[in-house]
Design a protein. Structure first.
Length: 570
């Protein structure tokens, strides 16, 4: 019996890929699935969903799912899109109460779970839900189909389906961000043009699959490009180094295969700064042969693109990675759940400027809005009449921007502002940036990576601190603090002050060295910090208060809720 898939751009593109090319690889087991298998199994999963929903339409319905990072996730996600429904991935690491909130807020029609998370799914539905979705359990796909010959495509526009991700909830309860199929397709096409994904790329995926970085940048986009995605989640530094090194180990007399499939070099790696830090810190513990192979694996010759995102990249990490890899430079970019990726440095190493997130990506429009004057900072107006750099809120528009917060028109309206050119409204990111011309950068082969670069100064609410009439960037101070050998992690916040309006304070996690770096072998303290920063920062930028903690709480995306940090520690 033939199965059908929509004749939409997503599925037409997937069907055009060579059916024999690898789509998904499971790093640990070596199981692999081709694009031909993927098309067949998505169509079969679509039919299965139809039956499980009583042969009723799922168009526009929210379908939540719990699946391990791998082929089952991919098949489930695409089968939901094939119904013109809204795919809602859930993190199996979330507490049951958080999942209940998401299910109730989204009014999910179905909750799909693989057998691995059956207990979690049943616990979520056990109590405390006034709106309870129908639970459906899926059997794990051990071996994919051999071909997609029995799959046909019917004319069908995907108008009501897409993807829904929940914000991290740093300012309020998490909101459902609706990304239509046209939006995620535009996001993928923009990244394919900018970062030049191809079917030759082999991407190592170590990220969670419930936020924009892991789902769009590292999964959906490479699928649209026809690349291979190898899942190695959860991240383990030693295992990641060994996987990176494996294809090059044969050159130094070591094993090249995991026993299931010949391991190909990793050409594309996109993670958060914390992962690069953990990789760098664990490198010295590897044996000499693995170190030698790993250096070759991450060299510019073999690792085509290494990207850092979701949080600011400390310069010491960027330099250490470049030194270790023989000159490979980490590429920084800027994005968020509501807009996908908006800004990126370029592919040329000269266009990967320290502290910058680059230029607007293809199809993305960006402007800087200066709140104090109510003016847009136009090109050529980056400095005021006295030569001081102007800073403004990043505002975005274009086909990659989300459509709405789920059933929250008030919140949606609050985040958009009318255009002054009769065009599409601008989305207010809440992030402040400056635009700076950097000699030698912005002259590359990429048409979109031209002119002045954007430098993020922080959030309007918490990362721009006004002290004694001066505007201070918390991110700038954090960057300098992270350059100190005594500091492992740092978060800079503004505290209310009668004298200064706000005063600068820092929360740090000390390195092993920092724990005995103070006077008399005591832990590094406030005066030690001020002395260390004296030659790095102007006096009003140096924190007046310091709190030393064992760890700084972060959300699933590696970000810090600074409002909560101030409340809890100060």
């Amino acid at each position: 019996m033939a199965s059908t898939l929509p004749n939409s751009s997503i599925f037409r593109t997937l069907a055009k890929h060579d059916p024999q090319n690898l789509a998904i690889v499971h790093s640990q087991s070596g199981r692999s699935f081709t694009y031909g298998s993927l098309i067949h199994d998505v169509a079969a999963a679509k039919d299965d969903l139809w039956e499980r929903n009583g042969q009723k339409s799922l168009k526009g319905e929210r379908v939540a799912f719990l699946a391990e990072n791998g082929y089952d996730y991919v098949v489930t996600f695409l089968s939901i899109l094939a119904h013109d429904a809204i795919a809602l991935p859930l993190s199996h690491g979330f507490p049951s109460s958080e999942i209940r909130y998401i299910l109730e807020n989204s009014e999910a029609k179905l909750l799909i779970s693989t057998s691995k998370f059956e207990d979690k799914a049943r616990d979520v539905l056990k109590e405390g839900l006034s709106y309870k979705p129908q639970l459906e359990l899926l059997t794990k796909i051990e071996t994919g189909a051999t071909s997609a010959e029995n799959v046909t495509f019917k004319d069908k526009e995907l108008e009501r389906g897409g993807f829904m991700l929940y914000t991290s909830g740093t300012t309020s309860r998490p909101k459902g961000v609706v990304l239509s199929t046209s939006t995620i397709t535009a996001q993928a096409n923009s990244l394919i043009e900018a970062w030049q994904y191809t079917q030759s790329d082999h991407l190592l995926h170590v990220l969670p699959l419930h936020h924009i970085h892991g789902t769009i940048n590292a999964l959906f986009t490479p699928l649209i490009a026809g690349a291979t995605i190898e899942f190695a989640f959860p991240f383990n530094a030693e295992a990641t180094w060994k996987r990176l090194a494996a294809p090059f180990a044969v050159e130094i007399g070591q094993t090249e295969s995991n026993g299931h499939t010949k391991l190909k070099p990793i050409s594309f790696f996109t993670v958060v700064p914390t992962i690069y830090s953990r990789l760098l810190n664990s490198f010295s513990a590897l044996d000499e042969g693995t170190q030698q192979a790993a250096r070759g694996a991450i060299s510019p010759k073999n690792l085509r693109l290494n990207i850092s995102g979701s949080a600011a990249l400390p310069t010491p990490i960027k330099k250490a990675w470049s030194d270790l890899s023989g000159g490979n430079v980490l590429l920084e970019r800027y994005g968020m759940t509501e807009v996908g990726m908006a800004l990126s440095c370029g592919l040329d190493f000269a266009d990967r400027v320290d502290g910058s997130v680059g230029w607007p990506l293809p199809s993305v429009e960006v402007r800087l809005f200066e709140a104090e004057t109510g003016q847009v900072i136009k090109p050529g107006e980056e400095k005021d009449s006295e030569g001081r750099l102007r800073e403004g809120e990043i505002q975005l528009r274009g086909p990659t921007v989300f459509s709405e917060y789920w059933r929250n028109p008030k919140a949606t309206a609050a985040e958009f502002v009318a255009a002054d050119d009769s065009g599409q409204k601008w989305f207010k990111t809440g992030d402040v940036a400056a635009r700076i011309e950097v000699p030698g950068a912005g002259q590359s082969r990429q048409a979109w990576a031209q002119g002045p670069l954007y430098f993020i100064k922080g959030r309007m609410s918490v990362d721009i601190i006004k002290t004694g009439g001066e505007k201070v960037s918390a991110l700038e101070i954090e960057r300098e603090m992270l350059s100190l050998p005594e500091v492992s992690e740092a978060a800079v916040v503004g505290l209310e002050s009668d004298q200064w309006g706000q005063k600068v304070a820092a929360v740090v996690v000390l390195t092993t060295e920092g724990k005995t770096a103070g006077k008399g072998g005591k832990p590094w303290g406030t005066m030690d910090m001020r002395r260390a920063l004296k030659d790095r920062l102007i006096n009003y930028k140096i924190p007046q208060e310091l709190k030393v903690v064992e760890s700084i709480p972060r959300n699933a995306m590696g970000k810090i809720n600074k409002k909560a940090l101030v409340k809890d520690l100060f």
